[in-house]
Design a protein around this ligand. Structure first.
Ligand code: PGA
Length: 256
């Protein structure tokens, strides 16, 4: 199996943007630019937007994801949302371990692992984010950091479940900074992730897993990034909030 056989996935990560009424407007703009996509198109939206988002995309090829989930089925976890709640709504994807959650909300590889396993058990497809900090890159430990995250975040996840999981490589220094990794840097780490997955599972499993790049991907740089053998898609923040830009990234992924 090679890139051409893997599913290309373009996912928007809206972060803490768009009220429900604004979400409806943006999705109505995204639907036409996504309709001929030769890739999976996902909008990961704030919890309160999920209901209107699912209604708005009904009958289209745009899928909806959440931006986080808890690992427990239910209980005393004020402010949290369970995988069962998301599943019952019709949500298909969930972002887990985004660097903003790791940086600002105390997310650790252990909780990323718990959330990932809970998502898979509920039949949700996790988008698990990994990536190094700037100083880790400068200290030349990018591969160590990524290898550790892959081992810990996917601990006890079977090969079968790993194939339902998307890995998003997001160098933290490139997120929201306008500083994109070069296509070569993105390819180098995405290829490394695939090699780690092959070590952990086997070559066939590693070749089947979609690996995205994320971090200031936009309409201008997407084509080059997505042309790389191990970059199967993108997790897009800022540019996913502008339908024309998101559409151009979808087109770039379609050409692949
Ligand atoms: P960005 O965010 O595209 O705005 O850099 C990417 C992400 O955080 O997923």
């Amino acid at each position: 199996m090679n890139k051409a056989k893997r599913q290309a996935v373009i996912a928007g990560n809206w972060k803490m943007n768009k009220t429900p009424s604004e979400a409806k407007i943006l999705l109505e703009e995204i639907i036409p630019v996504a309709k001929d996509a030769g890739c999976e198109v996902i909008a990961c939206v704030p919890y309160v937007d999920l209901s209107v988002a699912l209604d708005t995309v009904k009958g289209t090829n745009v899928k909806i994801g959440a931006e986080n989930c808890h690992w427990a089925e239910s209980g005393a976890f004020t402010g949290e949302i369970s995988t069962g709640m998301l599943k019952e709504m019709g949500v298909e994807y969930v972002v887990i371990g985004h660097s903003e959650r790791r940086q600002y909300f105390g997310e650790t590889d252990e909780t990323v692992n718990k959330r990932t396993k809970a998502a898979l058990a509920a039949g949700l497809k996790p988008i698990v984010c990994v990536g190094e900090l700037l100083w880790e890159r400068e200290c030349d430990i990018t591969e160590e950091v990524i290898a550790r995250q892959i081992k810990l975040d996917l601990y006890d996840v079977s090969a079968e479940d790993a194939k339902k999981t998307i890995i998003a490589y997001e160098p933290v220094w490139a997120i929201g900074t306008g500083k994109t990794a070069t296509a070569e840097q993105a390819e180098e780490v995405c290829a490394f992730i695939r090699a780690e997955l092959a070590k952990k599972y086997d070559e066939e499993t590693a070749q089947a897993i979609t690996i995205q790049y994320g971090g200031s991907m936009n309409d201008a740089n997407a084509a080059e990034l997505l042309s790389k053998e191990n970059v199967d898609g993108g997790l897009i923040g800022g540019a996913s909030l502008v339908a024309a830009k998101f559409g151009a990234i979808i087109d770039a992924a379609t050409k692949g």
